[in-house]
Design a binder for this molecule. Structure first.
Ligand SMILES: O=C(O)CCC(=O)C(=O)O
Ligand SMILES: [Fe+2]
Length: 304
């Protein structure tokens, strides 16, 4: 999807269009949210708008090795039972969302866990899903062992709340990252930033406008010069409620994932409202030693 002549990120960011009378954070935001009338106004006053990336709905189409999406992984009744069970447990309030941690507490300041502080087994109400996850052929045949999954973070997102772009810390977890979406859908954007070892960015597919391109995150909570280089690739995927996302290999170790802070997601012409909340269960396996992956430029275990 090419540039339609209208916008240019800098124009919108630095010189908000007076005729439209609003400031937009990014061209993608503008092209997604502006009405046809506002887009016309921008066009007439010489602004430019870039088309948003297409939203993938099938893992097989996204072209990110190691990314798998299983729709309807749990049934509606099971979903209600899981939500009821988790709601009986105490929530920890963060500034914009609530969380629960099992197995090991995830410490946001260091984006890691303390392996000396085991909180016990994962809760009984996850037994059934864990059994089904462990039977997935993609996990059984994966190069890296993911079982047993021994850490669970439950996130509850109100509408309009997302998650900043990040790669789950390599030194913290090994094997797959497994995310179950419950109660509501969301869009998850995968981003690949050019790093010093990836000097050739050709053939990368959609080198696109990302919403919020400034907040490229970090390894261990610190900004990292190597991963702030552009161009970047953005590939959003729609995660319906009751779907299971599995990230292995490159999808897990090399690509950032990001949940835009939207109340509404535009999915290939459909307007999808975020529901009252989205609750995700993220299962991981705590690593006990350094990471030796091949994605050194984004690996906190292998950085000097
Ligand atoms: O909510 C989700 O699906 C993703 C959560 C996540 O990326 C994380 O906890 O690291
Ligand atoms: Fe994550």
């Amino acid at each position: 999807m090419g540039d339609i002549r209208l916008t240019n990120l800098q124009v919108l960011n630095m010189f908000p269009c007076k005729k439209v009378g609003k400031t937009y954070n990014s061209a993608l935001y503008a092209s997604t949210f502006l009405s046809a009338k506002h887009k016309r106004l921008l066009l007439n006053c010489g602004c430019q708008v870039k088309e948003p990336s297409p939203v993938f709905e099938e893992a097989s189409e996204i072209g990110i090795p190691g990314l798998c999406l299983f729709k309807n992984f749990v049934e509606k009744l099971e979903e209600q039972e899981l939500l009821a069970a988790v709601d009986e447990q105490p929530w920890q309030a963060l500034s914009k969302r609530r969380v629960q941690h099992y197995g090991y507490e995830f410490q946001y300041k260091i984006r890691n866990v303390d392996i000396m502080q085991n909180m016990g087994k994962l809760p009984k109400f996850t037994d059934c899903i864990l059994k089904r996850i462990s039977a997935l052929p993609e996990l059984i045949t994966a190069e890296e062992v993911s079982m047993p999954l021994d850490q669970l973070t439950v996130n509850e997102y109100p509408p309009g709340v997302g998650l900043s772009p990040h790669i789950d810390t390599h030194s913290a977890f090994e094997g797959a990252i497994v995310c179950l979406s419950l109660a509501g859908p969301c869009l998850m954007e995968f981003r690949k930033y050019e790093t010093e070892t990836d000097s050739d960015a050709s053939g990368l597919g959609h080198i696109g406008v990302c919403e919020d391109p400034e907040s490229i995150s970090s390894l261990n909570g610190q900004r990292n010069a190597k991963i702030q280089r552009c161009p970047i690739q953005c590939r959003p995927i729609f995660l319906p409620e009751r779907s299971l996302l599995v990230l292995l290999g490159e999808a897990r170790y090399r690509w950032h994932h990001y949940i835009p802070h939207h109340k509404v997601d535009f999915v290939n012409g459909r307007k999808v409202q975020r529901k009252e909340r989205r609750v995700s269960f993220t299962f991981r396996k705590v690593r006990r030693g350094p990471c030796h992956c091949i994605f050194r430029s984004v690996c906190d275990s292998q950085m000097c």
